[in-house]
Design a protein around this ligand. Structure first.
Ligand code: AP5
Ligand code: MG
Length: 194
């Protein structure tokens, strides 16, 4: 099954996508994680990404499209994949539709993690005290990530609604309750957790 998880920064996309990977075996493709890895490895992409991530803005669409095209073509994505943090713009969504078609795949579900901004800001502030993500520790950067989400990514909710692929879950709930809602959405779409 090919799944998109959509939602604001700090909504719990990465947490739940990891649990989906562990339970169902489909790889979690997190563009944020891939970019942070490139920064750590000091690749040319990492050098480009560092400043953009630290400002809370988005990398250029063509860079992200190339990254995802290469990744979903790999063998481990044959039975399915979980996209965490992609697409984030309408251009990326259109391109994903084209590339999946070319590869003979479909997007089966787009799951919206719905949660108020006050809650995600609290979660990100809590994470900033534990983990060391450079885009978490400055409130102005966190607020810019929210603004970028509202302006550039939130329109995808309507986009996938129109495509008949959207399922919305309450991501303000506790982690296990979010997981229950997520597995119920997958079961509805024909996949039971094994
Ligand atoms: P990315 O890494 O995708 O960051 P993000 O979207 O800002 O989201 P987060 O990873 O902060 O949150 P999450 O929803 O995964 O929540 P998590 O599970 O961690 O992107 C980073 C940057 O990379 C972007 O700003 C951009 O610059 C660039 N980028 C990435 N993709 C791009 C693209 N496609 N195009 C262009 N640029 C791109 O949870 C958050 C915290 O809350 C954790 O501490 C967790 O333990 C906790 N938590 C989770 N669930 C719950 C719960 N139910 N209750 C209480 N706490 C919870
Ligand atoms: Mg994440």
């Amino acid at each position: 099954m090919n799944i998109i998880v959509l939602g604001p920064p700090g909504a719990g996309k990465g947490t739940q996508a990891q649990r989906l990977q562990d339970t169902y075996g489909w790889p979690k493709l997190s563009t944020g994680d891939m970019l942070r890895q490139a920064i750590e490895d000091q690749t040319p992409l990492g050098q480009q990404a560092k400043e953009i991530i630290d400002s809370g803005e988005l990398l250029p669409d063509d860079v992200m499209i190339a990254m995802i095209r290469e990744r979903i073509s790999q063998e481990d994505c044959r039975e399915g994949f979980i996209l965490d943090g992609y697409p984030r713009t309408l251009v990326q969504a259109d391109s994903l539709a084209d590339m999946t078609k070319e590869l003979g795949k479909d997007i089966d579900l787009a799951i919206e993690f719905k949660v108020a901004e006050e809650i995600v800001i609290e979660r990100i502030s809590a994470r900033a005290r534990i983990e060391n993500r450079s885009d978490d520790d400055d409130i102005e950067v966190v607020q810019n990530r929210m603004k970028v989400y509202r302006e550039q990514t939130a329109p995808l909710i309507d986009y996938y609604q129109r495509a008949g692929l959207l399922v919305t879950i309450d991501a303000a709930a506790e982690m296990d309750a979010v997981w229950q809602a997520l597995t119920a959405a997958l079961a509805q779409a024909g996949n039971a957790a094994s």
